[in-house]
Design a protein around this ligand. Structure first.
Ligand SMILES: *Cc1c(COP(=O)(O)O)cnc(C)c1O
Length: 426
């Protein structure tokens, strides 16, 4: 599918005049449409709820748009819990899907009334010791091991993943939890990431629904929800076909009817914890070409770097790039697009065919709205950029300011001193 930026060169230049590049920009219209369609696709399920994976795009303004559709927050750390609490999410709207969890985070999650999703059987003891009393509602994360296959294609390797309880353990855990007075149960699994096939959720659903029936029969557990977590991907490459959320929803319904309804469990709610699917295409990194060099290859240096968007550097991930204003020009120049880190993997694109780039051109790096800004870091003293929300009426607002050198110095104990000396010296 052709990849078209959600903003024009004119709009990007207008924003850049107020907020210097690089910046992240998010498309409110796209976010709302994605969210509405997800809820429509699962409207057949009475209790359906998306718990947005906060780690994907931890910006309160973005999450508050999703909250208008009754989305909750999926958290896995203290500060993500704090953020969700700060924006007003109640316990029913907070899923705590953590792993390697420190006890104080369980305590805080419980204080908020969040749904705790246990990643390990040993956490039952820890939870019991940490809280005076186990919560009445608990979820467990499942890891069936082996390979996760869809029609004989290996999608991912749960047997090699650190998450979740084995089949044996989840039965044992439910037995213990029920004996200890837990009244409501959920099951959760995340078995493949960034899937670009409509079959992932239905295949996963069949596994989890089957497990739910068995847990109910064997233990009498009152299963309230099945959480299919994240994993629905997006077509980062133009030649990929996007997922069809309506087909996904309809096919999950088929398995739901075949397995759960047939076994008298037609009241189980479906939860999701999508991050990438909700936000990735609805955010972009906009950066300006500031240097060019012609050595053994042709390089274009931009004012963003891997510290702003690390996916290409760590995963070799493909992010499509559009040179704004040159959408219709021939892509007949081969470039490496680089940032300024002292790391040769700091490249947004390698051997990419693009229209001829002139200094000052704005580059639009697609699909950066999830796991983009949030994976940023400060290596080489690089500072995080601003985040801008492009509203439905075409106006825009800054929803996070860019970091300043003062922020960079802020965690030194002698910060005041150091920073002031620096300033006074001019
Ligand atoms: C990262 C994560 C998600 C979101 O994954 P996406 O690939 O962005 O959909 C959901 N749940 C948990 C527990 C996660 O760790």
């Amino acid at each position: 599918m052709e990849k078209i930026p959600f903003l024009t060169k004119e709009k990007a230049e207008q924003i850049a005049a107020d907020f210097p590049t690089p910046f992240y920009v998010y498309d409110e219209k796209g976010i709302r449409e994605t969210c509405k369609n997800l809820y429509k696709a699962f409207s057949w399920n009475k209790g359906f709820r998306e718990y947005f994976a906060v780690k994907a795009t931890p910006n309160p303004f973005i999450i508050n748009i999703l909250r208008e559709y009754d989305c909750g927050c999926d958290c896995s750390s203290m500060t993500e819990l704090m953020l969700s609490n700060a924006i007003g999410a109640d316990g029913d709207h907070i899923m705590f899907s953590s792993n390697d969890t420190p006890p104080e985070e369980f305590a805080y999650a419980d204080k908020l009334g969040a749904i705790i999703n246990l990643d390990d059987i040993t956490h039952i003891d820890i939870l019991e010791k940490t809280l005076c009393k186990l919560p009445e509602r608990i979820s467990c994360r499942y890891n069936p091991g082996g390979y996760f296959k869809i029609s004989n294609n290996i999608m991912d390797n749960p047997g090699d993943a650190k998450y979740g309880l084995t089949t044996e353990q989840i039965f044992e855990a439910f037995r213990i939890l029920k004996a200890k007075g837990v009244k409501e149960f959920g099951i959760h699994a995340f078995l493949a990431s960034n899937t670009v096939t409509n079959e992932y959720y239905p295949t996963l659903a069949a596994i989890l629904f089957d497990l739910a029936v068995k847990l109910k029969k064997a233990i009498g557990a009152n299963i309230k929800f099945v959480n299919m977590s994240g994993g629905i991907g997006i077509p980062y490459k133009p030649e990929q076909e996007p997922n069809d959320i309506f087909e996904i929803g309809a096919n999950v319904k088929k398995v739901y009817d075949e397995i759960l309804v047939k076994n008298g469990m037609g009241d189980v709610a479906i939860y999701t914890e999508l991050g990438r699917y909700m936000l990735a295409p609805n955010g972009a990194l906009v950066t300006r070409a500031i240097n060019q060099k012609h050595i053994h290859k042709e390089y274009i240096g931009v004012d963003a770097c891997a510290a702003n968007l690390m996916r290409p550097a760590i995963y070799g991930a493909y992010h499509h790039i559009t040179v704004l204003g040159k959408e219709n020009d021939k892509a007949n120049c081969k470039y490496d697009i680089t940032g300024s880190l002292c790391e040769n993997n700091d490249k947004f694109a390698i051997d990419r065919l693009l229209p001829k780039i002139d200094m000052g051109d704005l580059l639009y790096i697609h699909d950066a709205g999830a796991h983009g800004f949030s994976m940023g870091y400060n290596y080489n003293g690089k500072l995080r950029s601003s985040e801008i929300l492009l509203k439905e009426d075409g106006s825009y607002a800054m929803i996070r300011r860019a970091e300043t050198p003062k922020d960079y110095f802020a965690t030194f104990d002698c910060f005041e001193d150091l920073y002031n000396k620096l300033i006074n010296r001019g």
